[in-house]
Ligand binder design. Structure first.
Ligand code: NDP
Length: 296
């Protein structure tokens, strides 16, 4: 099966690596060409010169870019996806996108008989490397069955969440929970540190108690207490995700004060910590405010 993957970023590259072997014949494209040529050389696949070239002859095209805006911008023009995509092909967008833009892209492609599915993922870079991602799909059941062999290459739990945009919506709510947990645990551990309680001891207790979460069990234990702060998922992208969740709630006229505040707080953190900061570095802003580090 000829498959093309566009967007070899922190999560895209390890996802694409699973497709660089039979039964797939993989072509990659990346905005920064050097990244695509290095990936192609190391994986023995083909690097395309443009999105149109990548789409030409592909049964399935996968995109994994920062936001739906960048995906939509790849559609048109002489080098755009539509210039290369064949009728009856399938586009799977693994970007954590926004439902409204995904629906717009789907409608555009449908005019040419091209199927579309939003399929954002969760599980982080480690999950992408291990091929154990959760994939949240938006589309119809027949499209998912066409997409399944590709999704199974990097995904473990693959769920049809509803029509186009539903995968994006579920992913955004998941990310709001992640952002809220990071912020709340940061507040708690900074307060405990300042109050004289060892944060690693407090985490050990919380992880055996009802307040535990993936954030306390994995992220803070491995990245904050150790001060390792590896950069695997940008705070800028988490802020984008929680903003999508906040907008989704507003569009549906659902009061959601916590999600709205979380989006605002993460925007403040993004402004203070910069575009390259990892999402877990959010704790550093609360540490600055309290003049107290969560360590030891
Ligand atoms: P990165 O910032 O690491 O990579 C972004 C990718 O998009 C790069 O390939 C970049 O190309 C490309 N890109 C950026 N702007 C444009 C543009 N204007 N036109 C074309 N290509 C562009 O992001 P991630 O890989 O971390 O994230 C990608 C998506 O996956 C996001 O939606 C994110 O929310 C989601 N995600 C990320 C996870 C993670 O753990 N990192 C986990 C789950 C979901 P270039 O090399 O030229 O910069």
């Amino acid at each position: 099966m000829n498959v093309s993957f566009l967007g070899l970023g922190a999560i895209g590259a390890p996802m694409a690596r699973h497709l660089a072997k039979p039964p797939f014949a993989l072509t990659v494209w990346n905005r920064t060409t050097a990244r695509a040529t290095a990936f192609a050389a190391e994986s023995g696949v083909h690097a395309a010169g443009s999105p149109a070239d990548a789409a030409r002859g592909a049964a399935v095209v996968i995109t994994c870019l920062p936001t739906s805006r960048e995906v939509e911008a790849l559609i048109d023009g002489p080098d755009g996806l539509l210039a290369g995509l064949s009728d009856q092909s399938l586009m799977i967008d693994c970007t954590s996108g926004d439902p409204a833009t995904s629906r717009r892209i789907s409608t555009r492609l449908a005019e040419r008989g091209i199927s579309f599915m939003d399929a954002p993922v969760s599980g982080g870079v480690a999950g992408a490397q291990q091929g154990t991602l959760t994939v949240m799909c938006g589309g119809d059941a027949a499209t998912l069955e066409r997409a399944r062999p590709v999704l199974e290459a990097f995904g473990k739990k693959i769920v049809l969440c509803g029509p186009v945009g539903a995968g994006d919506a579920v992913k955004a709510v998941n990310q709001a929970l992640l952002g809220i947990h990071i912020w709340a645990l940061s507040e708690g551990l900074v307060a405990l540190s300042k109050g004289g309680v060892s944060p690693s001891l407090a985490l050990d207790v919380i992880n055996a108690s009802s307040g535990r979460s993936n954030v306390s069990q994995n992220l803070f234990t491995e990245r904050v207490i150790t001060r390792a702060f590896p950069r695997t998922f940008k705070l800028a992208l988490l802020e984008k995700d929680v903003t999508i969740a906040a907008e989704f709630a507003r569009e549906n006229r659902v009061p959601s004060p916590l999600t709205q505040v979380a989006a605002d707080l993460l925007r403040v953190a993004r402004g203070a910590l910069g575009e390259d900061a990892d999402h877990v570095e959010t704790v550093k802003l609360l540490e600055q405010w309290a003049a107290c580090e969560v360590t030891g």
